[in-house]
Ligand binder design. Structure first.
Ligand code: ADP
Length: 735
């Protein structure tokens, strides 16, 4: 290029006004490009720092044909180049549009350029002018100088502009994003700072402290990896929230639950079986079989690290010590104790928690219990599992419970609220239930049912003297000299004031005596001692609630004692039958379940089939209506076990032969006259004994159950094992 700076001196000599110079670009690899621009020097200015300012005007594009270096100045021979014509008005219009858009988008181009677009109507002029001002790479500009075909040039120019517009679009988008992000960060920062400033003004800027507290708790507790991640994420969210907003409360609540859970704390278990036995014996009278089973369970736990033992379930009527046994097990195993009542639980979410999107969401009863226990391996009592119910809408709580109890799955129990895996495998779950009926089969399958049955009067007496009275004395801070109940008085309390399977009411009565004495002591008028005896029992407890029936005093026609087991223990149920002139209708009343009704029909059908052998009129059923009634059936007893008893009541009504009141019977009847086995023999016999029955008929098939009956009961009851209804009829009516 002419004017390429070889030396200042040579340049100064070469440049003067009106001189033509050839401007050409240096190539990357050395030398100059062959196509350049011939320009005329219009002005020359020497600046104070000795630089030279040159103003030139381009004349034409030229191609260098030869170049020589003469004393540092490059001299060139050239030939003028002219463009090959070729216009495309549509392309021109498009290019103009692109240029307008470019100048609109990129504000660094002067506004005047927009007017120039309109003025330059020839494509080549437009391209020459614009290429000079556009911010293109020099090599790109050189391409336009070298290209001599106008059509190619304009196409090339269109592509270049398109590329430029695209680049511009992308950079604007990036800029917008960055700006948006910055704005939102700034906004958040600004609001947070403002919030803090307001809090500072109000004197309650403790949010930093609160976050630090949370952070140090997260660091201090050995949370699971998943829990730690969740807690940290939640804390980050909390920091960005309005500290007094509802959302922050939810977030805090969630963090509090996670941090309150025992993730690794476990009570040190060091169970010596003898010590455990001592604890169980000290706190509970009798129940030997159950205590043995508990000790076996503990022994297996001690022997094996991963004993996949069935979950124990204590089954029996209320007040017989199920709950207090579990409490003793916790004490014996030196574990924390926690109880969750499941009675009335209808919703799966009550077990497994509500998702956090619900207002007022909380973890389910399992996680709540663990949190309350404060250790990861408590003895966890699931009380009254037979009282849960589920429906289609609310999910099945039993299924959720099953997951918590299943050792295959419970190392990663997932509560909906926490949304984290929690390991329940070290928890010692024990369930209680009053009856098997309410426990779904899959859950029953997972449980080892241990039956606890009602206490005899003798057992109750022992429990009262050895446990309940000393316990209530301790609770009321009374001494033996101050409070006592005589043996006769305890028997009265058992018989006349608290007819029950367990001892809960008996304990309440004893507590009532203690309270009376406390009041006497505080009032200081009637002395400071209370020794309850049979003679003054009415002054302490008022009139008795129950009276022993005058059993044995009479025999009645159409009345037979049946035996039933309800959730409150066994009971003697009177069954009444009336035989009225009529046409064979059977009416059943007294809040009876379907099973009882069906048994009544089976009994009558059997009698119809046996008219010969029991000497009944063949058409007896056509000439009479039968009414069977269960007076005072408070617990809605149901089941097939009253079949034979109903049959006897009806037979007595038809034959007008009385049945002694001291007799009771239990057994299912088959249409062929067999007496079939029934459940709950122990409860039934204890109830019969309690209520003064002297003779009980039970199915021969139930003979094995007699082993479980306390001796004092067996001594006082005459038990007849029967196989067929005919032998019952013979014993009752023909002796
Ligand atoms: P459940 O859970 O079966 O309804 P609880 O465990 O609440 O019954 O027992 C009621 C009360 O009777 C408790 O104070 C308990 O200590 C006492 N109790 C029950 N059985 C016995 C027993 N065999 N020995 C000593 N106390 C007993």
């Amino acid at each position: 290029m002419i004017g390429r700076e070889r030396s200042k001196k040579s340049l100064l000599e070469a440049f003067h006004k009106d001189k033509l110079v050839l401007l050409s670009m240096e190539k990357d690899g050395g030398g100059v490009c062959s196509v350049g621009t011939l320009a005329k020097i219009l002005q020359l200015h020497r600046l104070p720092d000795d630089t030279l300012k040159v103003l030139m005007q381009g004349e034409t594009r030229v191609e260098i044909t030869e170049e020589t270096d003469v004393e540092g100045v490059l001299l060139a021979s050239y030939q003028t180049l002219s463009l090959e014509d070729g216009e495309d008005s549509e392309l021109l219009l498009e290019v103009q549009k692109q240029l307008r858009r470019l100048f609109e988008m990129d504000t660094q181009y002067p506004k005047e350029l927009r007017n120039t677009i309109e003025k330059l109507t020839k494509a080549d002029d437009l391209i020459d002018t614009m290429v000079a001002v556009l911010q293109l790479e020099a090599s790109a500009k050189q391409t336009f100088l070298e290209e001599q075909n106008s059509l190619n040039r304009i196409q090339l120019f269109r592509e270049t502009l398109q590329q430029e517009l695209m680049n511009l679009e992308i950079s604007r988008k990036i800029e917008r994003n960055i700006k948006g992000q910055m704005e939102s960060n700034q906004r958040e920062y600004y609001l947070n700072e403002k919030k803090k400033a307001i809090s500072r003004e109000l004197g309650d800027d403790d949010s930093d402290q609160e976050w630090d507290d949370y952070q140090s708790k997260i660091d201090a507790i050995s949370l699971s990896t998943e829990a730690k991640k969740k807690a940290e994420k939640e804390l980050l969210r909390l920091k960005r929230m309005n500290p007094v907003g509802a959302e922050a409360t939810v977030s805090r609540n969630y963090l509090d639950w996670i941090l309150a859970l025992p993730w690794s704390d476990k009570n040190q278990e060091d169970v010596h079986l003898l010590d455990a036995k001592k604890v169980l014996d000290a706190e509970h009278f009798a129940l030997e079989e159950i205590k043995d089973r508990i000790l076996e369970h503990l022994a297996v736990q001690k022997c094996s690290d991963d004993p996949q033992q069935p979950i124990l379930c204590f089954l029996g009527p209320p007040g017989i010590g199920k709950t207090s046994l579990v409490r003793s097990i916790a004490k014996a195993t030196k574990r924390a104790y926690v109880r969750q009542a499941l009675g009335g639980v209808r919703d799966e979410a009550e077990i497994r928690g509500h998702r956090r999107t619900y207002i007022g969401a909380m973890p389910g009863k399992i996680i709540q219990g663990i949190s309350r226990a404060g250790t990861g391996n408590p003895v966890f009592l699931l009380d009254e599992i037979d009282k849960m119910s589920g429906d289609f809408h609310h999910g099945d709580p039993a299924a959720a419970l099953l997951e918590a109890l299943d050792f295959e799955q419970n190392h990663s129990f997932r509560d909906h609220f926490l949304d984290l895996d929690y390991d329940l495998s070290s928890v010692f779950f024990i369930c209680t239930a009053n009856s098997l009926d309410g426990i779904p089969a899959p859950l029953q399958d997972r449980l080892e049912i241990i039956e606890l049955s009602s206490y005899t009067e003798e057992e109750k007496l022992q429990i009262a003297t050895q446990h309940l009275i000393p316990k209530q004395r301790r609770m009321h801070a009374l001494s033996q000299e101050q409070f006592s109940v005589s043996e006769d008085a305890i028997r009265m309390l058992i018989r006349r004031y608290s007819r029950e399977a367990g001892v809960r009411n008996l304990e309440r009565l004893i507590a009532k005596g203690c309270r009376k004495l406390c009041r006497m002591i505080v009032e200081g008028e009637k002395g400071d001692q209370l020794h309850v005896s049979e003679t003054d029992i009415v002054t302490v407890y008022g009139a008795p609630k129950y009276f022993d029936r005058q059993i044995g005093a009479s025999s009645k026609i159409g009345v037979m004692n049946g035996l039933a087991v309800t959730t409150v223990g066994g009971m003697v149920l009177k069954i009444e039958a009336l035989c009225l002139p009529g046409e064979g209708k059977i009416q059943l009343t007294g809040r009876l379940g379907d099973w009882l009704k069906e048994s009544a029909h089976a009994g009558i059908s059997f009698l119809r089939s046996q008219t010969d052998s029991i000497r009944l009129d063949v058409d007896f059923h056509k000439k009479h209506d039968f009414h069977i009634h269960y007076p005072g059936n408070p617990a809605k007893a149901d089941g097939p076990s009253a079949g034979v008893a109903m049959c006897m009541a009806v037979l007595s009504a038809i034959t007008r032969k009385a049945i002694p009141e001291t007799i009771a019977i239990t057994g299912e009847i088959s249409l062929g006259g067999e007496v079939l086995a029934v459940g709950g023999i122990k409860e039934k016999l204890l109830a019969a004994h309690r209520q003064g029955i002297q003779r009980v008929f039970i199915p021969l098939e139930n003979e094995g159950d007699l082993q479980k009956i306390p001796k004092e009961v067996l001594c006082e009851l005459e038990i007849s094992l029967v196989e067929r209804v005919e032998s019952v009829i013979e014993s009752i009516f023909e002796t």
